[in-house]
Write a new protein. Sequence first.
Length: 221
Amino acid sequence: MRAILLSFLLPFVAVAAQAADLAVTVLDRNGKPLPDAVVLVDSSVQGPRPAPVMEATVAQEKLRFLPAVTVVGLGAKVTFNNLDAWDHHVILGLMGAGGTYVDPGLNTQMRLAGRVAGKPPATESKLLSQPGAYLLGCHIHASMRGHVYVADTPWAKLAGEDGKAVIAGLPEGPARVRVWHPDQLVDGTPTAVQVNANSTALTVTTQIAPARRKKPMGDSY
């Protein structure tokens, strides 16, 4: 009986042993850490896949979209909340090169009323079924910009302030790493990597010159 049990468990042990982590550091064209970079990993090696992020919330607060970049999976539900005391729009559409909308005529537009003290904020949701970068804007406050990236791979993560993202649960073997950033002008070339049992580290230097970040506004405009 013990031998039979071991023979049953061995395939699962082998699969579990294949899972590995990949630590990616993304740098801008000057060699500095690049925050808000979306790191995407593609692997054709067989093995378990992590569940993608299927729900996310983006707030409009102090004339900003927070978080500035949100990463979700295909078909995810994204909810928008207006936490400011004045009205906002949400203009949502696929983003093309140079930070413009691919087709403004196909954009989703929602108006969210300003928040009233003691009441829940105005809320709208949208299911995003097309992969790629979405640009967020506001008709009323043209300076407001944000991004939602719908990943076509289960291994997708947003880099932190240090430009680093750890992709967990990758199968050992060959893979490729793609990087997207709101300030890129063209898509970068994917980077090949060999994922090992121990944590693998990779540094990706891009040609991206990040724009200066806006400081949050006060409680009025």
